[in-house]
Design a protein around this ligand. Sequence first.
Ligand code: ATP
Ligand code: MG
Ligand code: MG
Ligand code: MG
Length: 463
Amino acid sequence: MTLSKIAKLIKDGQPEQQVEVAGWVRTKRESKQAFAFLELNDGSSMTGLQVIVDDSVPGFAESIKAITTGASVRVSGILKESPGKGQSIELHAAELTVLGTADAQTYPLQKKRHSFEFLREIAHLRPRTNTFGAIARVRNALCAAIHNFFQSRGFLYIHTPVITTSDCEGAGTMFQVTTLDLAKLAQVKTEIDYGQDFFGKQASLTVSGQLEAETFASSVGDCYTFGPTFRAENSNTTRHLAEFWMVEPEMPFYELNDNMDLAESFIRTILADVLAACPEDMEFFNLRIEKTILETLRNIIDNDFIRLPYTEAVEILLASGQEFEYPVSWGIDLQSEHERFLTEQHFKQPVILYDYPRSIKPFYMRCNEDGKTVRAMDVLVPRVGEIIGGSQREERLDVLTDRMAECGLEPEDYWWYLDLRRYGSVPHSGFGLGLERTLLLLTGMANIRDVIPFPRTPKNAEF
Ligand code: ATP
Ligand code: MG
Ligand code: MG
Ligand code: MG
């Protein structure tokens, strides 16, 4: 039985029963009177279980000797009310099996608080800590909430390719695919022979599934893609990964306002769902990681987001008297310091900015009649900054081809994308939500490397 099931038994008031549990020992305390206390955790919930082992258990002395922090054990026995403080239930062992020992000299997770920097070096063991166990559970609940949101609204879950030839964001931040000839490599031995391409063509890892998702939105209706995304971000920020997960819904017949409505209700719903699904983990984050996190989240869930055009945001920033590191003027791509000023100091709320200068946005966004702006929208939240980027898409063939020329793109490379405008084109919109940015918001963690199981950043792809 998992410890989370046991927690439920306790909650339901029916604890006294025979159970078998298995997990990893967090601590061991030995008493002189031939018994020992083990604190066990199996990762299914934040709370561990106190196990009492005495010398009536077969092999007691050898087992207790073999057990140190990190060892794995299986225990069966009876759950009983605990006389001790702060511990409602304990397991009185009848049988104990040591499954795997852990060398106390080398096991890196000893009973003390480890820094997140240190834990990043042992990404394979950090899920055994309270913080990273909680992050794994919250990440899981968030993914379930995302699917639930779209499934309950009739969106189709589609899969877009990882290997692609289109540079959707036009930012030149793609990883190129090369072929590695292992057979040749084995013969040559000395020289690494990397191929140059993907079977004679250039191909890259996807930076966004949007263009492909548009093909489905133009045929089966509301849909979403949700998977890993790759960007050669050669910078070390606390908000960027080279591999991250993105959720991208795409909807026919949606204009920018409909898109903003969907994005807002999406964020509020998934946050509320995670709070309801993981109360214990969320309390932990509020207590140990960031003490205002629950208040911030409730505020986001309960109140309407602010919506304002980019131009007005620039006016607010200019009038703020604030000294920004990156100077503000109409036409700049807003930096995280500007986004945080708007959400944390000025509005104290999430903000959806829309109608951005066309010069800083990709080719596919719907051009406005003013000739200067496009129907882009970014959702900005406190502490994190941009969490969603989206837009209404350009559905007019002539405007789109002009825009592509303006952005230096070859229409032939996007013939299939242009076909969607040639045959039964419709107004449509979509957006991309960064999963890890959402987790930063939810958990209060400060560094994006700590909310993905295996962070991929410059010089870090080992495990
Ligand atoms: P930023 O301005 O922060 O670099 P972006 O505008 O380049 O983000 P988009 O292309 O709009 O990002 O991607 C949509 C969403 O994907 C972003 O709003 C963000 O939540 C997430 N995202 C983008 N790049 C990264 C990254 N390198 N690591 C993690 N999440 C990212
Ligand atoms: Mg970027
Ligand atoms: Mg951006
Ligand atoms: Mg963006």
